[in-house]
Design a protein around this ligand. Structure first.
Ligand code: G3H
Ligand code: ZN
Length: 298
């Protein structure tokens, strides 16, 4: 099985992106895996996926359980599925992710000053690599908001104005000093979806900036906050140098609305797997569309 590092390199070379999807339960993991597995079979090419658990998601699911489920799928099906500790803010969480065997860790100090972000990220990279140099470490530069949810307006503290977006020169210095493997920049992307009267109002991506950052840093770029970005912007972002894309809110939204529907339709039903079957199908639809788009499949 190829390493995640090589698969990201390959994705970049082929101008496609690996889909990263968050989970906090086994059903969502199964839905994501099934789509990638079935698509791989029909396309006759394995489509790698990354499963993410944020600190909150990992607290709910448990890191050791999440890692074990993903590893089991990888081994039993000989399939390129990996697990990432998403937006890890403290060294304590980093230690746990390392000790249970996560494949990748995002150390997120993006809310701090540039200098403090460098200092803390560097420390996290040194710790992780001293324990296992194969774990990929991602750093974040530029604050894009803290939660994967439906928003009614743009949060005031996110970096979306051109003077707050990640600057190529700063990104270069950040990567050089911290020695991260992957960089997540702020390029117009935000966590969550802004929805008003059924219309999605997320900002547009600064495609030229993605290109300049990629050229300046010389390492793969990750696009966070994928929910709410238009298909056209995704395509351009991948061509400009994005090789991994994170999706969470779209899945959470489908989870909630389909559950509400099922509950309303089946007032006397109490069997979880019966009530959840519609949710399972809805999550699969979202992942299917995203994987097809990111991997340029017909
Ligand atoms: O790390 C998680 C992602 O960046 C998800 O962002 O909820 O806007 O899709 P999203
Ligand atoms: Zn994110």
């Amino acid at each position: 099985m190829q390493s995640l590092k090589n698969l990201i390199k390959k994705a970049e070379k082929n101008k496609v992106a690996i889909g990263h999807f968050n989970i906090s339960d086994a059903m969502t993991l199964r839905a994501i895996f099934e789509v990638a597995f079935e698509l791989s079979k029909s396309q006759k090419v394995k489509i790698p996926i990354i499963i993410g658990t944020s600190e909150g998601e990992a607290r709910f699911l448990k890191m050791n359980l999440a890692e074990a489920m993903v590893r089991r799928l990888r081994e039993d099906y000989n399939f390129p599925i990996f697990i990432n500790s998403d937006h890890t803010h403290s060294l304590k969480e980093v230690e746990e992710a390392v000790s249970v065997g996560y494949d990748a860790i995002i150390f997120d100090a993006s809310k701090l000053s540039f200098e403090e972000n460098i200092k803390q990220t560097k420390k996290a990279v040194e710790y992780i690599k001293s324990k296992n140099k194969n774990i990929l470490v991602e750093g974040e530069l530029g604050y894009i908001g803290g939660s994967s949810r439906v928003l009614s307006s743009l949060p005031i503290d996110v970096s979306v104005g051109s003077k707050d977006l990640t600057k190529p020169e700063e990104a270069k210095q950040f990567v050089k000093e911290t020695k991260i493997d992957l960089l997540s920049p702020a390029v117009g992307n935000i966590h969550g979806m802004i929805i008003k009267a059924e219309t999605i109002l997320n900002p547009r991506l600064d495609i030229n900036r993605i290109k300049k950052i990629r050229e300046a840093v010389g390492i793969p770029l990750v696009l966070h906050g994928g929910s709410g970005i238009s298909n056209a912007d995704f395509k351009k972002a991948i061509s400009a140098g994005i090789s991994t894309i994170h999706i969470n809110t779209e899945i959470r939204r489908a989870w909630r609305s389909s559950l509400e529907k099922e509950f309303a339709l089946n007032k006397n039903e109490t069997t979880p797997y019966k009530l959840l079957s519609g949710t399972f199908a809805e999550i699969k639809k979202i992942v299917y569309d995203r994987l097809k788009l990111f991997n340029n499949l017909k």
